[in-house]
Design a protein around this ligand. Sequence first.
Ligand code: B12
Ligand code: SF4
Length: 480
Amino acid sequence: MQHIKEKNGLKVTFVEPMGAYSNVFAQFMTIPMLGPLYLATIAEKAGYSVSVLNENILGRKIKPSELNNVDILCVSCITTTVERGKSIAREYKKLRISLGLTSRTIIGGIHASMIPDDVINDFDQVFVGEAETKILDVLRGRIRDKIIYGERINLDNVPVPNFRLLKNWEKVKPLPVMTSRGCPFNCTFCSVTEMFGHQYRTKSIERVIEEIKSYETDHFFFVDDHFVLNKNRTKKFLNLLEDNKLNLRWSCQIRTEASQDQGLVEQMRSTGCKTVYIGFESINPESLKEIKKGQTVADIKHSIKVFKDNGINVHGMFMLGSDSDQKEIFRLTSSFCKENGLTSVQYLILTPLPGTVFYRKMEKEGRLLHKNWEFYDALHVVFKPRNFTPAELQLGMVDCFSDFYSYTHAFNDALNTFFETFAVLIKKMYRKVHFPSFVSPLVKLFGIRIVRNWIIYNKPYIEYLYRIALNNKIQDKTNE
Ligand code: B12
Ligand code: SF4
């Protein structure tokens, strides 16, 4: 991509809003979406005066007065943050008008890309898809369409994101790096394929190394949906990390398949991989089939064991509430996570996110409870489950969290780690082994407060779900 530098004096600000309840999680969420950073970097190279404001990283809401000298406001939203994004755009416009100044607002990101009509009245322009090749034409006003369509880009053509454009960039830890886009799978709850396509597009590994070398940190999170899809490519990349003597601490998102290659797992560990994030989704074989995840419970168990044995922490993500889930799913999932020794877990509610097969199904069957997007964050029940009341599903998730992040579990985990350390000391006399880490029990203790805060903040929503259950009962009676 060739950019002609032109000091045009226009001030462009990219904003990533926070979600409604993110005050509970915000202090821990110091990873920005890369989209605004790529686009801001391109705009800055082209001569615009650019800044990026991320409400989670700021730890507070942006004040309208901070935007009074902004000529073009670019807002980047996922579904749960879109209402806040709309409100920022409204406040900005009101302020600029009151100052007798012109204003322009553009929205992009996955929510706007999946349902542009939802935001069309709140912004001057809506961008659908990947924007790197078109952002300058949009900013320059050369594309005036109300809805603009992007194109799938060549990842080697995007510049290295300049994190210094982000206010409070020092807080970004670990630094996100993306080495690929797209996914060949077809999970019914996921919109990644709709957004980035089925083709797995990769950045050249040499480019990734260059990018990593250019940052003043050794701590990275590879935010690819699949850091290991092409195992040979990943191995070559890890070889390059070794060749360049880059001593990093890193984590990544992977599928269970990555654990099938012992050599790869060992290399991940030796090059500094500390934690893998895996979407296990369910321990119910029927649910795995229903959501078309393309993995089995045996795959899940195997991958946890392999990573743990190799000294890599496993963060497991589980989704509750599919039509195949029965009431015992909560107890079973909770026991599974403890028995298999996951370091940390995230229990999510299966959520009909716009653009997914699951969303279309729930809409067609009239099962969406509401379209208050703030609650579409996979932590709130927003649809009518088949085998539970909405409140039962919500509380089932809370129970799973409370069971995992508890003093009892932390204590048992610490005790296990203590005994495992002994066992390892003995095995160490005969072969190379990895010492268990006390990170796991500490994580459990740390999670207790987050879960408690979540329950306190969400009391009104839980009460709302109870009222729905009661209303449903009344309706059932009328139907009898
Ligand atoms: C890293 C990541 C995270 C990080 C941090 C993200 C953050 N700051 O919100 C963590 C792990 C904390 C996280 C948390 C969550 N995440 Co997340 N995450 C991602 C991931 C893997 C990568 C994001 C990224 O950098 N993408 C790469 C860049 C290039 O894409 P992009 O930002 O969309 O930008 C491009 C376009 O959208 C467009 N664009 C974007 N903004 C703008 C603005 C303008 C003006 C224009 C013109 C264009 C434009 O151009 C950009 C360049 O091509 C994505 C999956 C994915 N592949 O994107 C999921 C994803 C965004 N997450 C998702 C979800 C659901 C969540 C959670 C709700 C899950 C949960 N309960 O934990 C939370 C919510 C966080 C929040 N903000 O409140 C969903 C969102 C779906 C939706 N419709 O809402 C995604 C798509 C994953 C999925 N499987 O569906 N996430
Ligand atoms: S959940 Fe993961 S594997 Fe499934 S479609 Fe989405 S990105 Fe691909």
